[in-house]
Design a protein around this ligand. Sequence first.
Ligand SMILES: *Cc1c(COP(=O)(O)O)cnc(C)c1O
Length: 286
Amino acid sequence: MGAEIYGWIDRALISIHRAGWFRQVRTLDGPGPVIEVEGRALINFASNDYLGLASDPRLKQAAIGAIEQYGTGATGSRLVTGQRPIHRELERAIAALKGTEDALVFSSGYAANLGTVGSLVGKRDLVLGDRYNHASLKAGAQVSGSYYLEYGHCSVENLKNILIIERSRFQRCLILTDTVFSMDGDICPLVEILDLAEQFEAMVLVDEAHGTGVFGEGGGGCVEYLGCRGRTLVQMGTLSKAIGAMGGYVAGTKPMIDFLRNRAASWIYSTGYRPLTPAPPWPVSS
Ligand SMILES: *Cc1c(COP(=O)(O)O)cnc(C)c1O
């Protein structure tokens, strides 16, 4: 009987194979820039460890020290028993790096986008996202239950036209964009998007997963690089790319972060981020 009910999985796998889309995982031997594949030493251009920090001895030592002090797990939701002093140290360092009042760390960037988009907008609201945005932003728009439309990649004109046609039918509006797009490495027209958002009373959430640690004099990301620090927007990102560790974050105003601590389901109903990632090692601009 079970075989019957789950039989569709075998059929789905057959179609995946037929389409040539079946993927298998390749195991590599460490995070370094040179990897061994089938006996050959190759330089790894496919990793997100842009600064080589994942194998930096300072980060490794700090993480080992944190495990010795705090153990391997947070042991509870941050709201209940899962918060340690190191969480707030990390969040203050992220806020300083981003030039914001506060920050909140999630267990991954994916969880940060689900929880943040899912709590900023709901059924009566409009979400507009670049069609090349990361899957986690799209998933956030889906879980929020809001009306979700995609605009042409980096097309300010298309975004504006959609705002003109749709904006007035909805309560809140949220624009979502990667700053550096993960597949092609191009950069979103952030200044123009923020101008439009002001004009149409929309919030903006930028995903700095690939900008953080790479753009901006202090490594603060594209918001810093494009001179948009003083403007109101929500900055999310991940510690799992140039920062060389794990975990997602949102940086913003104090009320924004207070709100997320009270409403972001992926933060509230999930065990606290393991108290391990040390504050960024580079000089943090304040
Ligand atoms: C990698 C990535 C994420 C997800 O971050 P994780 O911490 O790996 O879950 C979100 N957005 C973008 C643009 C990414 O590239």
